[in-house]
Write a new protein. Structure first.
Length: 314
C-alpha cells in the first residue's frame, strides 16, 4: 500500500473538479497529454514525469469503477483488500478490517460465498457450483501524439511500459481518434495469467497549413485579384511536394478546387483528395502603374457585384 506521502491527487493532476463529467476528464487529459508529450519535450524529464502522471490519472478517473474506489479510499484505493461488492451476512465490508482472513483469496471466497478445495498439487481451487472463477484482465487506454508527417507517412515509436521498452508501428494514414491495439500489453490481473490489452488512441497534432474537414484534407491558397479574374497557373503545396494547379477564370473567394489523389494517405492504400480553398487577397501597397490601371478598371467596369442587394428590404 502506498504511503500517504506518495498520494497523487488525480483530479489536481488533470486540473478538474471532483464532480467533473467523463467528457470533461477526457478533454482535460487530451489537452495536457498533447502539451507534455515526450515527443514534443525531448530530454525534459519533468515533462516526461508529468505525462506519466497524466496517463495514470486518466486511467483511474476515466474508469467508473476505479474512480468510485479512488473517491472512497483515496491513496489506498488500489489495495487488493478493498472491494465494492455487497458485504456478506450483513457485515460491514467497507471498514477495511480483513485480519480474520489468511489471504486475499480467502476474503474474496467468503465475500462471494465460494468454497475452496485442495488440488492434487497441494494448492487450492476456487469453485462455486462446479465452475472455476477467473476474471479477464482489464484493458488499458493511453494517448499517443503524432505530428502530421508521422501520421501521413507512418512511424515506429518506442514506448516505455513500466519496466518494458516496446516498439509500436503505426501505419500510414492514422487520424485523430484512430486506435492501435497492443495485445497483452495492458494491466496484469490477479485472476488471470494473461495481461489485458493496451489501446493507444492517436492524437494528430495541428499543422500550420493543412487541416481536416471531415475526411478531406484542406488548405487555404491565396490568389491575386487578376488571377481570380483572368485565371492562372499557380503552385500549390501538397503533403509530398508542390504541384501546379490551374485556376479557371472568374473564381470567387472561398471556392474550393479539388486536387485528386493529393490528399491524405488511405488506410487501405492510395491517396484521398486535397481541396484547395481559394482566398482572393488584395495588395496593400501599389506601384504607380498598378494604381493607374486599377483606377482605369474602376472607371470603366460595368460589373456590379451588389446588384442583387438593391432588392433586399424588410
Amino acid at each position: 500500500m502506498p504511503a500517504a506521502t506518495d498520494f497523487k491527487d488525480y483530479y489536481t493532476i488533470l486540473g478538474v473538479s471532483k464532480t467533473a463529467t467523463p467528457e470533461e476528464i477526457k478533454r482535460a487529459y487530451r489537452k495536457l497529454a498533447r502539451k507534455y508529450h515526450p515527443d514534443l519535450n525531448p530530454g525534459d524529464k519533468g515533462a516526461e514525469a508529468k505525462f506519466k502522471d497524466l496517463n495514470e490519472a486518466n486511467e483511474v478517473l476515466s474508469d467508473p469503477e476505479k474512480r468510485q474506489k479512488y473517491d472512497r479510499f483515496g491513496q489506498h484505493w488500489n489495495h487488493p483488500s478493498y472491494s465494492e461488492a455487497p458485504p456478506p451476512n450483513g457485515t460491514n465490508a467497507g471498514t477495511g478490517d480483513f485480519d480474520q482472513y489468511g489471504d486475499f483469496d480467502s476474503f474474496i471466497n467468503d465475500l462471494l460465498g465460494r468454497s475452496r478445495r485442495q488440488t492434487s498439487t497441494g494448492g487450492f481451487d476456487d469453485f462455486n457450483g462446479g465452475f472455476r472463477s477467473q476474471a479477464p484482465a482489464p484493458d488499458t487506454e493511453a494517448a499517443i501524439a503524432l505530428t502530421f508527417s508521422e501520421a501521413f507517412h507512418g512511424v515506429q515509436k518506442r514506448l516505455q511500459l513500466d519496466e518494458e521498452m516496446i516498439n509500436v508501428r503505426i501505419p500510414a494514414g492514422a487520424k485523430s481518434g484512430s486506435r492501435i491495439r497492443l495485445k497483452g500489453k495492458g494491466r496484469a490481473s490477479p485472476f488471470s495469467p494473461q495481461g489485458g490489452d493496451l489501446y493507444l488512441t492517436i492524437e494528430v497534432l495541428p499543422h500550420p497549413f493543412f487541416r481536416f474537414e471531415g475526411d478531406n484534407l484542406v488548405c487555404d491558397i491565396p490568389i491575386r485579384p487578376d488571377e481570380a479574374v483572368l485565371g492562372a497557373q499557380i503552385s500549390v503545396p501538397t503533403p509530398d511536394g508542390g504541384v501546379t494547379m490551374k485556376v479557371p477564370k472568374g473564381v470567387r473567394s472561398g471556392q474550393s478546387l479539388r486536387l485528386r489523389g493529393k490528399g491524405w494517405t488511405l488506410p487501405k492504400g492510395g491517396r484521398g483528395d486535397l481541396f484547395a480553398k481559394l482566398q482572393i487577397v488584395t495588395p496593400k501597397d501599389l506601384s504607380a502603374i498598378e494604381q493607374e490601371y486599377y483606377e482605369k478598371i474602376q472607371a470603366n467596369t460595368s460589373f456590379n457585384p451588389r446588384a442583387q442587394l438593391e432588392e433586399i428590404k424588410l
